[in-house]
Design a protein around this ligand. Sequence first.
Ligand code: GLY
Length: 349
Amino acid sequence: MKQKVILVENLERELTAAINEVPHDKLFVLTDTTTVQLCWPLVKKFECMRGAMMITIGSTDEAKNLNSLAEVWAALQLGGASRHSLLVNLGGGMVTDLGGFAASTFKRGIAYINIPTTLLSQVDASVGGKTGINFGGLKNEIGVFNCAESVLLSGEFLRTLDSENILSGYAEMLKHGLLDKCEHLTSLLAFDIENPDYAKLVGMVGESVAVKEGVVTADPTEKGIRKALNLGHTVGHAIESLALREKRTVLHGYAVAWGIVMELYLSVRKCGFPSDVFHQIETFVKEHYGRFGYECKHYNELYELMTHDKKNQGGIINFTLMGGVGDIRINQSATKAEIEEMLDYYREN
Ligand code: GLY
């Protein structure tokens, strides 16, 4: 993994150093319509940004599509970008995923730096080189693995987030706690996420990203253990796709939190995950994320959506389950009846 993950103390100093480490002819900055207003003002005054060409695309996951991607390619072309140009992605996971993909494909690949501005992108999306766009109604359907040169994690941006976006990122932190060890998970469950102590949260981001980095370094292209990072996502992505079809707004982390509960239910049933820890997580998620409402008539659609999961092989739905906190079981399958039982449990509780 070539990328450097930097817990920022002084954004100007560390961004200047990161840019200087990449020899380049022209500098481009990608924002969306939200981060251009909330985050760009913090960065544009830096000397290292002088002369940077701005590209701004629509915000939210709906803009993570081929049209926005073409807009970025066109702006790079019009701005005279060469293979030696550098793109800085300033935004949440949509911007870092799409910008990373635009950079990875423009003239067969230019260098890019991520400055993730949401908790979700700081702890997950911007780290580990997964880039891409949504396509054909499916999340992250088209993309490549290609790491940023550097990822700068700055606490300054976390204060610009509303509580839904803090919670959305926190779901991925819970996932990392589950994959790591009991002490990590316990500290996450005890933290007051509705009234966060930001200084403490920044330290927790560092601990969380270290879990992800360890996994990604061992398996950058998800042949094996990186599938662990998909805990909660087999169900979570199906929920997001169903919500998208029904024009219901669901933030990624909320879908992951609900997906974690359902997949831990399967883990209790199939892998002996301790039921007391399961109930702790279930209670935490219910209290902070509420519930995803669906009916029996949605079961076939949710099941069909799970069959599109990128981990699947030979038509068998591939889950990452847990035998306990830190006891990761990749490549698990479940029958349709087991999946329906899981959907029944969640709907009824
Ligand atoms: N978001 C999971 C991964 O990066 O593998």
